[in-house]
Write a protein that binds this ligand. Structure first.
Ligand code: NAI
Length: 258
């Protein structure tokens, strides 16, 4: 049965690949992005987030079968905290009532293997408290101290912890909404192109994300996994962070953690 799915980040990379897969199987996709999208909105701030939610609700008529928060940025500034955490959470929270009206609603986010890398605890705590001002103040300090490389991992760790907290609540599980994450390793998209072009960054990336199974992934690999998470067949999986990472997480964390 054709479903209506909202996906952020559809102008590029993983989101674009997912939108293509879903449209190929007959679903209606409402793409949300800064550009080239059904709903053009900037998820880095409150106004754009409100526009993204309102625009999506208008196009779907108030009921959604799926939401995938895929839009994200990776740099050493406070931006990942704004987009990857607060942008994703605002989109999911804002569209949750529309999901609750569907027969088999599913939601997913795109986390990252980086969520297992060192984070800034104050940033993660403020994110989980839902205090964006405090999170951005803490993140600005981290950026100034030269440890901005911790902000992307912090945003993705907070996102994974947020979903594990809310997934079992009456608002999500109680409304029949499965909520999970795919955490990729290195995926070849415009986001990672600069890493492949810089010798030093390339070395750091390979050490931080070892991928013994088949190496770097294409965006369609992550899109396939997301497709299953939001399919009606996923009746019972929720709160899971699924590492689609060529074995990076198993390599880095070892066999004791599962
Ligand atoms: P990409 O750069 O190809 O696509 C990201 C999309 O998000 C773009 O279309 C961009 O316009 C949109 N976006 C960025 N900021 C936005 C904003 N403020 N408001 C609305 N849309 C915005 O990147 P890719 O690789 O497809 O990334 C998708 C997700 O996957 C991100 O959340 C990223 O953190 C995550 N990820 C990517 C990995 C990789 O190796 N490429 C690895 C792990 C996670």
């Amino acid at each position: 049965m054709a479903r209506t799915i909202a996906v952020s980040g559809t102008a590029s990379g993983i989101g674009e690949a997912l939108a293509g897969l879903l449209r190929d199987q007959g679903d209606t996709v409402i793409g949300i992005d800064l550009r080239d999208a059904d709903v053009r909105a900037d998820l880095s701030g409150p106004e754009g987030r409100a526009r993204a939610v309102a625009g999506t609700l208008e196009l779907c008529g108030g009921t959604l079968d799926g939401v995938v928060a895929c839009a994200g940025v990776s740099d050493f500034t406070v931006l990942p905290v704004k987009v990857n955490f607060f942008g994703a959470v605002a989109l999911l929270d804002g569209l949750r009532p529309a999901l609750a009206r569907a027969g088999a609603p599913r939601a997913a986010v795109v986390g990252s293997i980086s969520g297992t890398h060192p984070v800034d605890d104050a940033v993660v705590r403020a994110c989980l408290d839902g205090d964006e001002d405090a999170a951005l103040a803490a993140a600005a300090k981290v950026e100034e101290s030269g440890a901005g490389g911790r902000l992307y991992p912090s945003s993705k760790s907070a996102l994974a912890q947020w979903l594990r907290r809310v997934c079992v609540t009456p608002e999500w599980a109680g409304a029949g909404i499965a909520l999970n994450a795919i955490a990729p390793g290195v995926v070849r998209t415009p986001m990672t192109t600069p890493l492949f072009e810089d010798e030093a960054m390339f070395k750091v990336m390979n050490e931080a994300v070892p991928m013994p199974l088949n190496g770097y992934a294409g965006p369609e690999v992550i899109a396939e996994a997301l497709r299953w998470l939001i399919a009606p067949a996923n009746t019972h999986m929720t709160g899971q962070v699924i590492y689609v990472d060529g074995g990076a997480e198993a390599t880095l964390r070892g066999p004791e953690l599962f």
